[in-house]
Design a protein around this ligand. Structure first.
Ligand code: HEM
Length: 486
């Protein structure tokens, strides 16, 4: 038998380079069986993964249980995977399992054809035409918040910013999507307290090495069960009320006024459109998806604007010019046109994205960024790393809202494309227009009517970031003074 030495074969000209294996990448040291899972510091997971990218390179490997996860920080790679859904990529499988058993299985956790059916309905409920019709209600909720904040300003009281903003976003979401005026701004509603327990628990369970709560229920699991009972009760109440409206006014079936009516009308018209479980699951999905995300983003934006006084003054100048003598944007179009606020919010979401990590999984063997990923292979997308790539601009880490205005086509285009706070591709956040509108309402109301005296955590400095499904600023307080208008 001849023993010829192996001769490396050069790839044919023009042929793609041979794929690499994820397992060959470097990454933090792993443990047998669980891999890196027990190293995850959940409230800080995004930072931890970003730090690992600094240590091991923008593309690295983590071991999650039996699988090697490919971690990527490059905007083009991330966008390509996000676009290639639901066929090639899906949300990481435990997301669906954990959300389903909490009764919140809806458009966020659904996949394939189930997702396609639900997505159409949800999208149309949040389109600009619906938002325009909803504007008078949005104005009313914003006025209530202004009244609360005016009282706090007169008393010289510090406002718990996150709590206050979450009340606002819950009232807006339930009004727009379910036709319910919850008015948690005027008086605390128990639903709020129960809802607030959901994200941290979902996040914890999604990242557990195995579903221990199927076998033993720790005190926190039992506590969670109790909160869930109340949440489901509230969801059933919303569904009952919407059903009643459809029964009292059958015309609503043709022209549903909100998402819930649209889901019920679709279900009753064709029993296969949306199951009872999917209707309830989507009510909970939208409640959860619309609350923390917008409130946290507003919190971050306010803190950044407060610490960049020139940028806040630019917002005030825009609002003064656009609102004239009014305390709030007088029309939907006036609110939508507040470009400086939009630029500031875009910049805040670039630096402080409330979804800094997106976890995907391959539906079939595929190749991405030159790596072969088997079926079931996880892909972790570091969204903030992509948006803070130093190759894009020298001042990439600075808060500079101006980069979203003016020179959009030129120099700044790459930075804008790399920032994907609402995700990308066919699963791009359907609530983004609503979120932007809410943020324009709150920021313009503040700019027009108040002076920002203080926005920050007790003791000053930058607020700590904490991840519990969404990333939020810890302990933000706000002090206001009424603005003397001439
Ligand atoms: C600043 C506020 C918000 C941010 C930063 C945000 C961010 C996101 C992100 C990153 C995703 C995943 C997208 C992807 O996989 O590509 C998402 C999905 C989603 N968001 Fe938002 N969101 C916000 C507000 C809202 C609001 C107000 C609602 C509704 C009231 C909403 C409803 C949803 C839903 C239903 C999905 C699932 C879409 C799907 O999987 O097809 N979001 N959002």
């Amino acid at each position: 038998m001849s023993t010829l030495p192996e001769v490396p074969v050069a790839p044919a000209e023009g042929a793609p380079p041979p794929a690499r294996c994820v397992a060959d990448l470097s990454g933090p040291r792993r443990w047998p069986v669980v891999g890196n899972l027990l190293q995850f510091d959940l409230p800080n997971l995004h930072r931890q993964m970003e730090d690992w990218a600094d240590a091991y390179g923008p593309t690295y490997r983590l071991r999650v249980g039996p699988r090697d996860a490919l971690v990527v920080s490059d905007a083009e790679t991330i966008a390509a995977a996000l676009r290639d859904r639901p066929d090639t990529w899906r949300r990481m499988r435990p997301i669906e399992a954990v959300i389903r058993e909490s009764g919140g299985h809806g458009v966020f956790s659904a996949e394939g054809d189930d997702w396609r059916r639900q997505r159409r309905l949800v999208m149309s409920a949040f389109d600009p035409a619906h938002l325009k019709r909803f504007y008078p209600s949005l104005l009313r909720v914003t006025e209530r918040l202004m009244t609360r904040w005016r009282e706090a300003a007169r008393r010289g009281e510090a406002i718990d910013l996150q709590a206050s903003l979450m009340r606002y976003t819950v009232d807006v979401t339930t009004g727009l999507a379910f036709g319910v005026d919850l008015n948690t701004i005027a008086a605390a509603h128990p639903l709020q307290e129960h809802l607030d327990k959901m994200f941290p628990m979902l996040f914890r369970r999604i990242n557990m090495p195995f579903p221990y709560w199927h076998y033993v229920r720790l005190p926190i699991d039992r506590d969670y069960d109790r909160h869930l009972v109340h949440v489901h009760e509230a969801v059933r109440g919303f569904v009952r009320a919407a059903r009643q409206r459809l029964q009292d006014e059958p015309m609503r079936r043709e022209q549903p006024a909100d998402l819930l009516e649209a889901m019920l009308a679709a279900r009753d018209a064709d029993g296969s459109a949306l199951t009872e479980e999917e209707v309830a699951g989507n009510v909970l999905t939208v409640l959860l998806a619309g609350e923390d995300t917008t409130a946290n983003t507003l919190g971050w934006a306010l803190w950044l604007l407060h610490t960049h006084r020139g940028d806040w003054q630019a917002v005030v100048a825009e609002v003064d010019a656009a609102l004239g003598g009014e305390p709030l944007p007088p029309s939907f179009d006036a609110a939508r046109g507040l470009d400086r606020i939009e630029a500031s919010v875009n910049e805040a979401m670039r630096l402080k994205p409330v979804a800094p990590l997106l976890f995907l999984e391959a539906n079939r063997p595929t190749r991405i960024a030159g790596f072969d990923v088997p079926r079931g292979g996880p892909l972790f997308c570091l969204m903030r790393k992509a948006a803070l790539d130093r190759k894009l601009a020298d001042d990439i880490a600075d808060f500079r809202p101006g980069r979203w205005q003016g020179g959009a086509e030129g120099r700044e285009r790459g930075t804008q494309k790399a920032s994907m706070p609402f995700g990308a591709g066919p699963r791009l956040c359907p609530g983004r227009y609503l979120a932007l509108l809410e943020m324009k309402m709150v920021l313009s109301m503040l700019a027009r009517n108040f002076e920002l005296i203080e926005v920050g955590p007790d003791g000053g400095g930058a607020p700590r970031e904490r991840l519990a499904f969404t990333m939020f600023p810890v302990g933000l307080k706000m002090r206001l003074a009424e603005r003397q208008l001439h």
